[in-house]
Write a protein that binds this ligand. Sequence first.
Ligand code: NI
Length: 192
Amino acid sequence: MAILKIARMGHPVLRRPAEPVPDPTAPEIRRLVDDMLDTLKDAGGIGLAAPQVHVPLRVAIFFVPGSRSDPAGPDADGVPLTVLINPVIEALADEQAPGWEACLSVPGLTGAVPRWRRIRYSGVAPDGAPIERVAEDYHARVVQHECDHLDGILYPMRMTDLSLLGFDEEIRRSLPQAAEADEARPDEEALA
Ligand code: NI
């Protein structure tokens, strides 16, 4: 178990597509996932993809706190910590909705990013069990953000209005809803 160094925007490992994991149950994948869990906990984020820790493999981890979920929606209690290997995403809605995101690889910034409101995603857990879920809203946003990392895409590359990219502190000051930023520190919600 170790806390790994997080690559920042501009590092080539974040720009190239990651490779599929041949055996999700392999011991080295278990070790990678353990280190990613330690790293995420240390960084205080809610999601992390393997390329962010300089490992170009299709592995992502995330959770959704209940505080970020629609109390009337299917994820009212949040989504437990999930390890997703070789994920595939399918959009289930025609429309995209903008929402605020931040990223551990783009420290200090936040931006409004259009994402599919409803998706189906699938993948494999480290024990080899298949995962298939339908996700909406914030849950769907987190999964799209993390899976983008596996294709060499950072959230600013998805933005359609770069006037809504800014320093976290400034955006929070002027736009309280920016507190819902992906990968941001959940305990900073109150700062809005
Ligand atoms: Ni990110």
